[in-house]
Design a protein around this ligand. Structure first.
Ligand code: BG6
Length: 291
């Protein structure tokens, strides 16, 4: 029998955990605790999208899968020389636990603790634990503990890139009547209507105060993808569309068509404040169903 969790060298010689059980398998790069693949047994098509020109290199976030965004979302609020989307996605994490469950799923837990490098860009003592469980579903649980003596506030996102047949033809349910910040329209605050969200151009929206699951209906792949969540009040939907995609070195020219990001987040108004000694957990659960 093969080991449920094996650490090997992945693309670019980067350390990678391969998690495999009877119900599904996954790959997680230790840099960024970055899930790049999850495949439930029997699924024909990849669920997570990875760009055709993704770069696997130290200090660079991989384009695709599930970048783990922490402790700020987007550019830093006051210092744009600090890394976009925080430091967690480009720091080395370590494996803190693994286990197999009776239902055939396999879990790996990774840890990142405050150190001199994190303190230099974010002056708060913290402990982060990230548990990824691969089986019939993919469950990603991020726990952030305040190990210091003062409260801190953070943003986070499980920046999930989903594979779709053609982003022009998919619909996203679950964001009806929800307020959002439209980042491609000068951060204007708007409200989505009572219909499923469809994309017709560059889209970068931070939906606020929404704890609902999202369902991506994909008629082309005859598939429905569900992103369920807990501990998350924001959902971000992003697709760069053709022109922005063409300007991104780690995306192939047509890659934008076959992806949509539906991100489980706490961002902007939904940033989380954690008291000393307290913890916060955010989870995302991905499910793929053939139609
Ligand atoms: C999204 C943001 O979550 O991530 C976008 O809302 C951003 O504004 C996108 O462009 C990709 O970010 P990055 O840093 O991975 O290129």
């Amino acid at each position: 029998m093969t080991e449920p969790v094996v650490i090997d060298k992945g693309e670019g010689g980067m350390e990678r955990a391969r998690v495999a059980g009877p119900r599904g398998e996954a790959e997680i790069y230790l840099q960024g605790a970055h899930v790049t693949r999850w495949q439930p047994r029997g699924a024909a098509k990849p669920v997570l999208f990875v760009a055709s020109r993704a770069v696997y290199a130290p200090g660079k976030a991989i384009r695709g899968g599930v970048p783990l965004i922490f402790p700020w979302f987007g550019p830093h609020a006051t210092d744009t020389s600090k890394p976009m989307h925080g430091f967690a996605r480009s720091r080395p994490w370590r494996v803190t636990a693994t286990d197999s469950a009776p239902d055939g799923s396999v879990a790996i837990e990774l840890g990142l603790d405050a150190d001199a490098a994190t303190h230099a860009v974010w002056p708060h003592p913290f402990r982060a634990r990230y548990r990824v469980t691969a089986g019939d579903t993919l469950v990603m649980a991020l726990e952030v503990v305040n190990t210091g003596a003062a409260p801190f506030t953070f943003e986070a996102a499980l920046h999930t890139y989903l594979t779709v047949s053609d982003v022009n033809t998919v619909g996203v349910r679950g964001l009806e009547n929800t307020p959002f910040i439209d980042k491609v329209d000068g951060f204007t605050r708007k409200r989505h209507g009572s219909v499923p969200l469809t994309l017709t151009g560059e889209t970068d929206r931070v939906f606020l105060g929404t704890r609902a699951a999202c369902v991506v209906d994909d008629p082309g792949l005859r598939r429905r993808l569900t992103v369920d969540k807990t501990g998350s009040a924001s959902t971000v939907v992003w697709n760069p569309w053709a022109a922005k995609c063409a300007a991104m070195a780690d995306m192939g020219p047509d890659d934008w068509r076959s992806m949509i990001c539906v991100e489980t987040a706490n961002a902007a108004d939904d940033a989380v404040t954690v008291a000393p000694g307290a913890r916060h957990e955010m989870t995302a659960t991905i499910r793929a169903e053939a139609l």
